[in-house]
Write a protein that binds this ligand. Structure first.
Ligand code: ADP
Ligand code: MG
Length: 679
């Protein structure tokens, strides 16, 4: 927090540091630090009318005080109110000052919840005030999220100071507010920070209260405005239009053992229309696991190459980059097109050679991890960037990508479907194509939930599957706390399977292996030399071995829905009937039960994503930190859909007609959030 801000808020640097721990950097942030809940100290409740288990304030004379030592040391105070009812107040932690404050004969007020306790009606650790020297509160008392060393009265004082210090003029015109039936901002904030006593303390926490709706609307509007401006900026930017001749893509199509599905053809033409524009494409290609995004990407890449440009294909993990590299090489080399490859773990010499091929333009296509976008990699004529599983990239990597090519076309691919509401709000600057059809002749994967006590039966199933000439993935549990532990379980599982199934060849791939070792094992598996592949979740994305027809996932109860769906998508890619066995261990948490039920009942990735969103909420769904998408603080995309729709409708009109409002609104809401535009 700057010294000016500290001065405005009348706080010391030490206090400012504490506010920063609450992510409060400016007076405006403080104004938006809204209460968690409220307490009512505006009126006195007769003890006999006070409801149980609800915070309330009572007042009475202390008629008895004593310290008892059984069952443990505690201070017991008895008060009697004007109606003659008696209440016990009980303190387990207390100081002599408490005893003095509540001496017999004193008139005190106590705020807390009344419960039926050991001594009859009692309050435990109520907040105590001297009734003679303090008036009743005029507004309800807000209780804020806080940190150690910052007490509620101080925080309340700072918020009140901020409310005075910050200009709360309305950025939105009265006509608009009237139409949406929303109150003014100043009024809304004052209400929420210091509500008059006629409001109920629960009513105030209800998001449908107009004051809350106003804040939510402002937040959603700011987000829509910034996204639209980002789109305008992109659309007015320059990029080389890439129109293909069809020379190479037709050859590749002719060489494929299959034809494209209707859905693949449709999305490919959507992508090609975008690529032919003079501004950068920003398109997300969504399709369930196994829907065939890679070939679409390859054909889009060929279009760029036909137009005389280079293509970068970026994958989030080395294994996936390797897979893409092999696939692209298999498709492109027969056409006489060289594919370069860059990864972090490559030997220096190989890296230099590949970099040279990229900068000389000898390689029209480069596949790799984010190593592709390190500073010393120079493309000769980069025209298209394809990013697979884009949600798995961190913010830094996406920024690197952005800096590399603000003027190139971008195609992002994701198998984690983004539900409509999320796409609408967070990806307003992203056009979306959806492959909503699986390639023909896929047999749906059967899902089995099996208690891990029946592991031996599952091993028998593994043996039978392999005897039919098919292959098996065995995925080891995710152990978040420790990669070493996770590796240990994988090693143990390998040993156990080798002992139990001596007739099978079992291999192991895990996150700690060198890239070359991983590639070697993956290669053994895809070529069929291994029957069973034991893996930590590194195989989660993208691996494509059609002969694998059984997937066993251990401790499935620890995994998220998206991850389970992705894993399951590794089987069911060939003609054989495929099975996914989810081993679980009891006891199951409610969340785990809910997740297993969803994955058992559904195979459609979009439906699973929708359910996931319901279970987890959008914040966790997107993984705010990982995705770099700033989450909404006030609005909730499911509950406040109608506000989002209004914001979406109003944003373009404001941009067209009232740039002054747009500027003021964004200045206020995005001041400390330069990343709001999304990376
Ligand atoms: P994902 O969308 O999960 O990335 P892939 O691109 O890896 O899926 O495709 C999954 C499998 O389906 C691959 O083996 C691919 O060759 C095959 N495939 C893709 N399109 C078709 C199609 N139209 N007909 C038959 N098989 C296809
Ligand atoms: Mg894929």
């Amino acid at each position: 927090m700057t010294p000016e801000h500290q001065k405005l808020l009348k706080i010391t640097e030490a206090t400012a540091k504490k506010l920063e721990k609450l992510h409060l950097q400016t007076p405006w942030d403080v104004v938006l630090h809204l209460p968690l809940r409220y307490e009512d100290e505006t009126h006195i409740m007769p003890i006999k009318d006070a409801p149980l288990g609800v915070p309330c304030q009572v007042e009475g004379e202390v008629i008895h005080q004593e310290v008892r030592f059984k069952p443990r040391k505690q201070l017991i105070v008895q008060i009697r109110d004007d109606g003659g009812s008696v209440l016990f107040l009980r303190f387990i932690h207390f100081y002599p000052s408490h005893q003095k404050q509540m001496a017999e004969g004193k008139r005190i007020r106590a705020v807390g919840e009344i419960k039926h306790g050991f001594y009859g009606s009692e309050m435990i650790h109520p907040k105590i005030r001297d009734a003679e020297n303090s008036g009743l509160a005029e507004s309800l008392t807000p209780v804020y999220p806080s940190v150690n060393g910052l007490n509620q009265p101080t925080l309340r004082r700072i918020v009140q100071t901020a409310l005075e210090a910050v200009s709360l003029h309305d950025t939105l015109p009265d006509e608009l507010l009237g139409r949406l039936k929303l109150p003014h901002l100043a009024e809304s904030l004052r209400l929420l920070h210091a509500p008059p006593p006629e409001y109920g303390i629960y009513q105030l926490s209800d998001g449908t209260l107009p004051a809350w709706q106003r804040l939510k609307f402002d937040e959603l509007l700011a987000q829509q405005l910034s996204m639209r401006l980002a789109r305008q900026k992109r659309v007015s930017g320059q990029a080389k239009p890439l129109t293909g001749t069809g020379a190479w893509s037709d050859k590749l199509l002719a060489a494929l053992p299959f034809g494209l599905t209707q859905a693949q053809q449709r999305v490919l033409s959507e992508i090609r229309v975008d690529m032919a524009q003079t501004h950068p494409m920003h398109r997300l290609l969504q399709g369930d696991v196994g829907s065939g995004k890679t070939i679409v990407a390859a054909l889009a890449a060929l279009t760029a190459v036909e137009a005389g440009f280079q293509v970068a294909v970026m994958a989030p993990t080395e294994i996936l980059a390797e897979q893409h590299y092999l696939k692209f090489k298999q498709w492109f080399e027969p056409l006489g097109l060289a594919v370069a490859r860059l990864s972090g773990s490559q030997r220096k010499k190989a890296k230099e050679q590949n970099k040279a091929a990229i900068s000389d333009g000898l390689a029209p296509i480069a596949v790799g991890t984010h190593a592709l976008f390190q500073d010393d990699v120079q493309f000769q004529r980069l025209g298209l960037v394809i990013v697979d599983e884009q949600h798995r990239f961190g913010v830094a990597q996406r920024l690197a990508l952005k800096n590399k090519g603000s003027d190139v076309h971008q195609l992002m691919m994701s198998a984690t479907p983004i539900p409509r509401t999320l796409a609408m709000s967070f990806f307003a600057d992203l056009d979306v194509s959806v492959i909503d059809e699986l390639p023909p002749n896929r047999t749906p994967v059967k899902t089995r939930l099996v208690n891990s006590a029946r592991r031996a039966e599952v091993e028998g199933f593994v043996l039978n599957t392999c005897r039919k000439g098919q292959q098996v993935y065995w995925v080891c549990p995710l152990i978040e706390e420790s990669e070493v532990l996770q590796l240990q379980t994988a090693v143990d599982t390998l040993a156990e399977l080798q002992t139990a199934l001596p007739e099978l060849t079992v291999g192991l791939v895990h996150g700690r292996m060198k890239a070359a070792e991983k590639a070697a094992v993956m290669d053994e598996f895809s070529s069929g030399r291994l029957n069973v592949l034991v893996a930590t979740t590194v195989i989660e994305v993208g691996v494509d071995v059609p002969n694998a027809s059984l997937m066993v996932i251990e401790h499935a109860e620890r995994m998220g829905l998206a991850q389970l769906h992705q894993l399951r998508g590794r089987v069911g890619r060939g003609a054989a009937v495929s099975t996914c066995v989810l081993l679980f261990s009891e006891p199951l948490s409610d969340l785990a039960k809910a997740r297993l039920k969803v994955i058992y009942e559904h195979t459609d990735g979009f439906e699973i994503a929708r359910q996931d969103l319901n279970i987890r909420g959008p914040g966790e769904f997107l993984g705010a930190r990982q995705s770099g998408v700033p989450m909404l603080r006030f609005a909730n995309l499911e509950e406040d859909l109608y506000l989002l729709e209004h914001a979406r409708e109003i944003a373009p009109r404001l941009i067209a007609e009232r740039p002054d409002i747009v500027e003021a609104h964004l200045a206020r809401w995005l001041a400390s959030r330069e990343n709001y535009l999304g990376v």
